[in-house]
Design a protein. Structure first.
Length: 180
């Protein structure tokens, strides 16, 4: 794959560093709201983009479930943990992945939070059938072994491939799921 255009754009941004702190703050706040909104919308959360922003400001939205509010709050807590781990240069591990999952499901599905699925699942609206639950720990180990050894690909290609492999495994119980 050719990442020339992306590399050029990154070089332009890098040449302007350090960015003004006000610009960084504005960009980060916008990213948190948009990333949280879109991630939760994919899973069926009905909060609008502006309602998501309001929830992040500490205000509840009438007529919306506590679950939807927790999905927003938890997602941002998970992002903040990722930022902290990146700052400390913590390597991705099963512990880190489970810790992030636990944060995302906190006060929503505490029993399954941070634990690989122990049942087989069929994803609603998808033809993909994730691997049997008994294979999940081994597949996750293989994924992390691949990640630790991969150093020839562009960072974007590594991230995309990791994400694809992770979603293929579907190591956790999804929100919209048929359990077998």
């Amino acid at each position: 794959m050719d990442f020339t255009q992306i590399n050029r754009k990154k070089a332009v941004i890098d040449a302007k560093r350090p960015l003004p702190s006000a610009a960084v703050t504005t960009l980060r706040e916008r990213l948190l709201v948009e990333w949280t909104y879109h991630s939760n919308a994919i899973e069926g959360n009905t909060l609008t983009l502006s309602e998501t922003k309001v929830v992040l400001e500490g205000i509840t939205i009438g007529g919306k479930s506590l679950r939807e509010h927790f999905e927003v709050i938890n997602h941002v807590e998970a992002i903040e943990l990722v930022e902290e781990l990146v700052g400390k240069q913590v390597v991705i591990s099963e512990f880190v992945i489970k810790q992030l999952h636990q944060l995302v499901l906190k006060n929503i599905r505490d029993r399954e939070a941070g634990a690989y699925r122990t049942t087989n699942v069929f994803l609603q609206g998808s033809t993909h059938v994730p691997p049997m639950n008994s294979l999940v720990p081994g597949l996750m180990k293989d994924l992390l072994d691949w990640y630790r050894q991969e150093n020839k690909l562009h960072p974007i290609e590594i991230a995309a491939s990791f994400h694809h492999r992770f979603v293929y495994i579907h190591p956790f119980i999804p929100v919209n799921v048929y359990i077998n």
